[in-house]
Design a binder for this molecule. Structure first.
Ligand code: ZN
Length: 186
């Protein structure tokens, strides 16, 4: 499922057609958590820096092994019908998204990422997301994952990777935004 807005169009936490049950579960979780207060608490092992990729970025302050959870994302679950700023939101499927409210919102995109995002919605945890290392990450290395934007919201990419696709876009949607001549010229 490709969402029409938001940062991370590739992830879909539901994917099973049980939409009504999911909505009910999500509403229960939101009722339980709606008064929770959020603060920008520091995440151990990560630091926000001015990035060579774009704006702010996040670097590791220690080594992470392949498959290790780099960070549990602190976030707030929203529905697309609600008026909310979705610039730093993960798309969760079924119209839900997860606004990242900690340092992880500053993690940049890369077409050759060293991390990925796993997401889900369940009655116990509510909306959740975690950043997981795709390969060993050394202290000082910038953390990045593939935003996989839908074609409608694709942006030019400056990740600098030799594998750069030229656009921040889902790899399966690249043909919708990249002119064949431009791809051939790289
Ligand atoms: Zn790129």
């Amino acid at each position: 499922m490709i969402g029409s807005f938001g940062r991370h169009a590739r992830v879909d936490a539901s994917g099973d057609g049980e939409g009504d049950d999911l909505v009910t579960a999500v509403e229960c979780v939101r009722a339980r958590w709606q008064h929770r207060l959020h603060s920008m608490s520091a995440i151990s092992g990560l630091r926000v820096i001015r990035s060579s990729i774009d704006g702010y970025g996040v670097v590791a302050t220690r080594d992470f092994a392949e498959g290790e959870v780099i960070a549990e994302v602190d976030g707030v679950l929203w529905h697309e019908d609600e008026p909310v700023d979705d610039r730093y939101s993960l798309i969760m499927g079924d119209g839900y998204f997860f606004d990242m409210v900690d340092q992880t919102r500053w993690i940049n995109h890369s077409c050759d990422p060293n991390a990925e995002v796993e997401v889900g919605i369940d009655p116990e945890r509510g909306g959740w997301a975690q950043i997981v290392a795709l390969r060993p990450v050394r202290a000082g290395e910038e953390i990045a994952y593939d935003y996989a934007f839908a074609a409608e919201v694709a942006e030019p990419c400056r990740c600098g990777s030799p594998a750069c696709r030229g656009f921040i876009v889902d790899v399966d949607a690249l043909h919708l935004v990249a002119k064949p001549a431009a791809v051939a010229a790289r």
